[in-house]
Design a protein. Structure first.
Length: 313
Protein backbone atom coordinates (compact mmCIF):
# COMPACT_ATOMS: atom_id res chain seq x y z
CA UNK A 1 0.00 0.00 0.00
CA UNK A 2 1.34 3.45 -0.87
CA UNK A 3 0.20 7.07 -0.93
CA UNK A 4 -0.16 7.11 -4.70
CA UNK A 5 -2.84 4.41 -4.49
CA UNK A 6 -4.74 6.35 -1.84
CA UNK A 7 -4.47 9.54 -3.87
CA UNK A 8 -5.79 7.74 -6.95
CA UNK A 9 -8.81 6.41 -5.05
CA UNK A 10 -9.68 9.85 -3.71
CA UNK A 11 -9.30 11.55 -7.08
CA UNK A 12 -11.39 8.89 -8.84
CA UNK A 13 -14.26 9.73 -6.51
CA UNK A 14 -13.73 13.48 -6.92
CA UNK A 15 -13.85 13.08 -10.71
CA UNK A 16 -17.21 11.28 -10.53
CA UNK A 17 -15.56 7.86 -11.06
CA UNK A 18 -13.98 8.91 -14.37
CA UNK A 19 -10.46 7.45 -14.33
CA UNK A 20 -9.41 9.39 -17.41
CA UNK A 21 -10.22 12.69 -15.70
CA UNK A 22 -8.61 11.48 -12.47
CA UNK A 23 -5.42 10.69 -14.37
CA UNK A 24 -5.41 14.14 -15.99
CA UNK A 25 -5.88 15.83 -12.61
CA UNK A 26 -2.92 13.89 -11.18
CA UNK A 27 -0.73 14.23 -14.30
CA UNK A 28 -0.43 10.51 -14.87
CA UNK A 29 -1.87 7.84 -17.16
CA UNK A 30 -5.31 6.24 -16.97
CA UNK A 31 -3.93 2.68 -17.12
CA UNK A 32 -1.57 3.55 -14.27
CA UNK A 33 -4.44 4.77 -12.10
CA UNK A 34 -6.54 1.70 -12.89
CA UNK A 35 -3.66 -0.68 -12.16
CA UNK A 36 -2.82 1.00 -8.85
CA UNK A 37 -6.44 0.83 -7.66
CA UNK A 38 -6.73 -2.85 -8.57
CA UNK A 39 -3.49 -3.60 -6.74
CA UNK A 40 -4.82 -1.82 -3.64
CA UNK A 41 -8.07 -3.81 -3.82
CA UNK A 42 -6.09 -7.05 -4.12
CA UNK A 43 -3.99 -6.13 -1.11
CA UNK A 44 -7.04 -5.25 1.00
CA UNK A 45 -9.03 -8.22 -0.21
CA UNK A 46 -12.18 -6.19 -1.02
CA UNK A 47 -13.48 -4.26 -3.99
CA UNK A 48 -13.49 -0.51 -3.44
CA UNK A 49 -15.45 0.35 -6.57
CA UNK A 50 -18.55 -1.10 -8.22
CA UNK A 51 -17.83 -1.90 -11.85
CA UNK A 52 -19.82 -2.45 -15.03
CA UNK A 53 -17.46 -3.96 -17.54
CA UNK A 54 -14.31 -1.84 -17.50
CA UNK A 55 -16.06 1.21 -16.10
CA UNK A 56 -16.44 2.03 -12.42
CA UNK A 57 -19.90 3.19 -11.38
CA UNK A 58 -19.59 3.95 -7.68
CA UNK A 59 -18.29 2.84 -4.32
CA UNK A 60 -19.04 -0.50 -2.72
CA UNK A 61 -20.08 -0.60 0.94
CA UNK A 62 -16.51 -1.33 2.12
CA UNK A 63 -15.33 1.24 -0.43
CA UNK A 64 -17.35 3.95 1.32
CA UNK A 65 -15.63 3.15 4.61
CA UNK A 66 -12.22 2.96 2.96
CA UNK A 67 -12.75 6.38 1.36
CA UNK A 68 -13.35 7.94 4.79
CA UNK A 69 -10.03 6.53 6.02
CA UNK A 70 -8.29 7.68 2.84
CA UNK A 71 -9.58 11.23 3.39
CA UNK A 72 -8.26 11.23 6.96
CA UNK A 73 -4.84 9.90 5.89
CA UNK A 74 -4.50 12.42 3.06
CA UNK A 75 -5.53 15.24 5.39
CA UNK A 76 -2.79 14.19 7.82
CA UNK A 77 -0.28 14.17 4.95
CA UNK A 78 -1.38 17.70 4.06
CA UNK A 79 -0.92 18.69 7.70
CA UNK A 80 2.65 17.36 7.67
CA UNK A 81 3.42 19.54 4.68
CA UNK A 82 1.85 22.55 6.38
CA UNK A 83 3.94 21.97 9.53
CA UNK A 84 7.10 21.89 7.43
CA UNK A 85 6.11 25.11 5.65
CA UNK A 86 5.35 26.75 8.99
CA UNK A 87 8.99 26.49 10.01
CA UNK A 88 10.65 27.03 6.63
CA UNK A 89 8.60 30.01 5.42
CA UNK A 90 6.50 31.40 8.24
CA UNK A 91 5.02 34.40 6.41
CA UNK A 92 4.83 32.90 2.94
CA UNK A 93 2.16 30.62 1.53
CA UNK A 94 -1.42 30.44 0.33
CA UNK A 95 -4.78 31.13 1.94
CA UNK A 96 -7.99 30.20 0.14
CA UNK A 97 -11.24 31.49 1.59
CA UNK A 98 -14.60 30.26 0.27
CA UNK A 99 -17.40 32.69 0.96
CA UNK A 100 -20.92 33.76 0.13
CA UNK A 101 -21.41 36.89 -1.94
CA UNK A 102 -22.78 38.87 1.01
CA UNK A 103 -19.78 38.08 3.21
CA UNK A 104 -17.32 38.86 0.40
CA UNK A 105 -19.04 42.09 -0.57
CA UNK A 106 -19.93 43.62 2.79
CA UNK A 107 -18.05 41.90 5.61
CA UNK A 108 -14.59 40.91 4.37
CA UNK A 109 -13.01 43.95 2.63
CA UNK A 110 -11.65 45.50 5.84
CA UNK A 111 -10.23 42.19 7.10
CA UNK A 112 -8.63 41.38 3.76
CA UNK A 113 -7.07 44.83 3.53
CA UNK A 114 -5.54 44.43 7.00
CA UNK A 115 -4.34 40.91 6.25
CA UNK A 116 -2.63 41.81 2.97
CA UNK A 117 -0.87 44.73 4.64
CA UNK A 118 0.51 42.46 7.38
CA UNK A 119 1.24 39.38 5.23
CA UNK A 120 2.16 40.68 1.76
CA UNK A 121 3.89 37.40 0.82
CA UNK A 122 0.79 35.27 1.39
CA UNK A 123 -1.24 34.65 -1.76
CA UNK A 124 -4.88 35.09 -0.78
CA UNK A 125 -7.58 33.61 -3.03
CA UNK A 126 -11.34 33.83 -2.70
CA UNK A 127 -13.96 31.39 -3.97
CA UNK A 128 -17.68 32.08 -4.13
CA UNK A 129 -20.54 29.64 -4.48
CA UNK A 130 -23.75 28.25 -3.09
CA UNK A 131 -23.94 27.01 0.49
CA UNK A 132 -23.41 23.42 -0.67
CA UNK A 133 -20.43 24.38 -2.82
CA UNK A 134 -18.78 26.21 0.08
CA UNK A 135 -19.08 23.10 2.25
CA UNK A 136 -17.60 20.95 -0.53
CA UNK A 137 -14.67 23.35 -1.00
CA UNK A 138 -13.72 22.82 2.65
CA UNK A 139 -14.38 19.08 2.63
CA UNK A 140 -12.12 18.37 -0.35
CA UNK A 141 -9.39 20.80 0.70
CA UNK A 142 -9.95 23.29 -2.14
CA UNK A 143 -10.43 26.00 0.52
CA UNK A 144 -8.82 26.39 3.93
CA UNK A 145 -12.09 27.70 5.33
CA UNK A 146 -15.57 28.87 4.37
CA UNK A 147 -17.47 31.87 5.68
CA UNK A 148 -21.21 31.66 5.26
CA UNK A 149 -24.53 32.86 6.60
CA UNK A 150 -27.36 30.81 8.06
CA UNK A 151 -25.57 27.44 8.17
CA UNK A 152 -26.83 25.29 11.02
CA UNK A 153 -26.60 21.79 9.56
CA UNK A 154 -24.17 19.09 10.67
CA UNK A 155 -21.59 18.11 8.06
CA UNK A 156 -19.19 15.16 8.30
CA UNK A 157 -15.64 16.20 9.20
CA UNK A 158 -16.55 19.91 9.34
CA UNK A 159 -16.61 22.23 12.36
CA UNK A 160 -18.89 25.28 12.27
CA UNK A 161 -17.96 28.20 14.54
CA UNK A 162 -20.30 31.22 14.74
CA UNK A 163 -18.34 34.47 14.57
CA UNK A 164 -20.84 37.23 13.79
CA UNK A 165 -24.47 37.98 14.61
CA UNK A 166 -26.73 40.12 12.43
CA UNK A 167 -30.39 40.92 11.80
CA UNK A 168 -32.56 41.56 8.78
CA UNK A 169 -33.42 45.06 7.62
CA UNK A 170 -36.40 46.42 5.76
CA UNK A 171 -35.39 49.08 3.24
CA UNK A 172 -37.69 51.62 1.62
CA UNK A 173 -37.23 54.94 -0.20
CA UNK A 174 -37.30 58.09 1.92
CA UNK A 175 -40.87 59.33 2.17
CA UNK A 176 -42.36 55.83 2.13
CA UNK A 177 -45.22 55.19 4.57
CA UNK A 178 -42.99 52.79 6.57
CA UNK A 179 -40.15 55.32 6.77
CA UNK A 180 -41.02 56.65 10.19
CA UNK A 181 -39.98 55.84 13.77
CA UNK A 182 -42.90 53.65 14.79
CA UNK A 183 -43.15 49.91 15.51
CA UNK A 184 -43.50 47.88 12.30
CA UNK A 185 -45.53 44.65 12.22
CA UNK A 186 -45.49 41.75 9.78
CA UNK A 187 -48.99 42.77 8.77
CA UNK A 188 -47.63 46.20 7.80
CA UNK A 189 -44.89 44.63 5.71
CA UNK A 190 -47.17 42.08 4.03
CA UNK A 191 -49.42 44.87 2.73
CA UNK A 192 -46.72 45.92 0.24
CA UNK A 193 -45.05 44.10 -2.68
CA UNK A 194 -41.78 42.67 -1.40
CA UNK A 195 -38.31 42.45 -2.93
CA UNK A 196 -36.00 39.93 -1.31
CA UNK A 197 -33.66 37.02 -1.91
CA UNK A 198 -34.05 34.03 -4.24
CA UNK A 199 -35.09 30.67 -2.80
CA UNK A 200 -31.49 29.43 -2.89
CA UNK A 201 -30.46 32.07 -0.35
CA UNK A 202 -30.26 30.24 3.02
CA UNK A 203 -32.19 32.96 4.89
CA UNK A 204 -35.15 33.01 2.52
CA UNK A 205 -36.85 30.17 4.45
CA UNK A 206 -36.55 32.16 7.68
CA UNK A 207 -38.36 35.10 6.06
CA UNK A 208 -41.14 32.91 4.64
CA UNK A 209 -41.56 31.08 7.95
CA UNK A 210 -42.10 34.34 9.85
CA UNK A 211 -45.03 35.28 7.60
CA UNK A 212 -46.43 31.74 7.55
CA UNK A 213 -46.54 31.58 11.34
CA UNK A 214 -48.78 34.66 11.30
CA UNK A 215 -51.00 33.26 8.57
CA UNK A 216 -49.78 35.86 6.04
CA UNK A 217 -49.08 35.34 2.33
CA UNK A 218 -47.06 38.33 1.12
CA UNK A 219 -46.51 39.08 -2.56
CA UNK A 220 -42.88 38.57 -3.55
CA UNK A 221 -42.64 41.06 -6.39
CA UNK A 222 -38.98 40.41 -7.21
CA UNK A 223 -36.54 37.76 -5.97
CA UNK A 224 -32.83 38.45 -6.48
CA UNK A 225 -29.51 36.79 -5.74
CA UNK A 226 -27.85 39.80 -4.11
CA UNK A 227 -28.74 42.71 -1.86
CA UNK A 228 -27.33 45.14 -4.44
CA UNK A 229 -30.06 44.12 -6.91
CA UNK A 230 -32.73 44.29 -4.19
CA UNK A 231 -31.66 47.81 -3.24
CA UNK A 232 -31.66 48.95 -6.87
CA UNK A 233 -35.30 47.96 -7.35
CA UNK A 234 -36.35 49.42 -4.01
CA UNK A 235 -34.87 52.74 -5.12
CA UNK A 236 -37.15 52.55 -8.17
CA UNK A 237 -40.15 52.29 -5.86
CA UNK A 238 -41.08 48.74 -6.83
CA UNK A 239 -41.56 47.42 -3.32
CA UNK A 240 -40.27 46.99 0.22
CA UNK A 241 -36.88 45.29 0.42
CA UNK A 242 -35.80 42.68 2.94
CA UNK A 243 -32.02 42.25 3.19
CA UNK A 244 -29.44 41.12 5.74
CA UNK A 245 -28.42 44.09 7.85
CA UNK A 246 -24.74 43.99 6.99
CA UNK A 247 -25.65 44.72 3.36
CA UNK A 248 -26.90 48.20 4.26
CA UNK A 249 -24.25 50.93 4.06
CA UNK A 250 -25.29 54.35 5.34
CA UNK A 251 -22.83 56.10 3.00
CA UNK A 252 -23.58 54.21 -0.21
CA UNK A 253 -27.31 53.77 0.41
CA UNK A 254 -28.28 57.35 1.22
CA UNK A 255 -31.42 57.10 -0.94
CA UNK A 256 -32.81 54.32 1.25
CA UNK A 257 -34.38 54.35 4.69
CA UNK A 258 -33.28 51.37 6.85
CA UNK A 259 -35.61 49.70 9.34
CA UNK A 260 -34.06 47.09 11.68
CA UNK A 261 -36.33 44.02 11.54
CA UNK A 262 -34.78 41.56 13.95
CA UNK A 263 -38.04 41.61 15.94
CA UNK A 264 -39.85 40.35 12.82
CA UNK A 265 -37.43 37.80 11.35
CA UNK A 266 -35.03 37.04 14.19
CA UNK A 267 -31.26 37.26 14.13
CA UNK A 268 -28.79 35.24 12.08
CA UNK A 269 -25.28 34.00 12.68
CA UNK A 270 -22.43 33.87 10.22
CA UNK A 271 -20.28 30.77 10.61
CA UNK A 272 -16.70 29.79 9.97
CA UNK A 273 -16.37 26.27 8.54
CA UNK A 274 -13.08 24.37 8.94
CA UNK A 275 -12.18 20.70 8.62
CA UNK A 276 -11.85 18.83 11.89
CA UNK A 277 -8.25 18.41 13.06
CA UNK A 278 -7.01 20.75 10.32
CA UNK A 279 -3.53 22.15 10.79
CA UNK A 280 -3.73 25.91 10.38
CA UNK A 281 -0.64 27.99 9.79
CA UNK A 282 0.02 31.03 11.97
CA UNK A 283 -1.08 33.53 9.35
CA UNK A 284 -4.45 31.76 9.06
CA UNK A 285 -5.02 32.22 12.79
CA UNK A 286 -4.04 35.87 12.33
CA UNK A 287 -6.64 36.20 9.57
CA UNK A 288 -9.35 34.73 11.80
CA UNK A 289 -8.46 37.01 14.69
CA UNK A 290 -8.74 39.99 12.33
CA UNK A 291 -12.09 38.66 11.15
CA UNK A 292 -13.76 38.70 14.57
CA UNK A 293 -12.81 39.43 18.19
CA UNK A 294 -14.70 36.24 19.10
CA UNK A 295 -12.14 34.11 17.26
CA UNK A 296 -8.78 33.48 18.89
CA UNK A 297 -6.14 30.82 18.36
CA UNK A 298 -6.59 29.01 21.66
CA UNK A 299 -10.36 28.68 21.23
CA UNK A 300 -10.08 27.51 17.61
CA UNK A 301 -7.42 24.92 18.47
CA UNK A 302 -9.64 23.56 21.26
CA UNK A 303 -12.61 23.32 18.92
CA UNK A 304 -10.65 21.62 16.12
CA UNK A 305 -9.14 19.08 18.52
CA UNK A 306 -12.51 18.29 20.12
CA UNK A 307 -11.57 19.74 23.51
CA UNK A 308 -14.25 22.43 23.29
CA UNK A 309 -17.72 21.41 22.11
CA UNK A 310 -19.76 24.57 22.81
CA UNK A 311 -18.92 27.71 20.87
CA UNK A 312 -22.03 29.84 20.51
CA UNK A 313 -22.03 33.65 20.52
Amino acid sequence: MNLHQLRFVREAVRQNFNLTEAAKALYTSQPGVSKAIIELEDELGVEIFRRHGKRIRGLTEPGQMILKSVEVIMQEIDSLRQIAKEFTSQDTGNLTVATSYAEARYFLPKTISQFIAKFPKVRLSMLQGTAQQLVEYVQDGTADMALMMEHDGEVDNIIGIPFSQWEYYLIVPHGHALAQPKPITLEDVASYPLITYEQMFPGRKRIERAFMQRGLKPEIQIAALTADVIKAYVELGMGVGIIVGLAYDSERDRNLYPIPAGHLFGTGRSRLLIRKNAYLRSYIYAFLEMLSPILNRKMIEQVLSGEKSKYEI
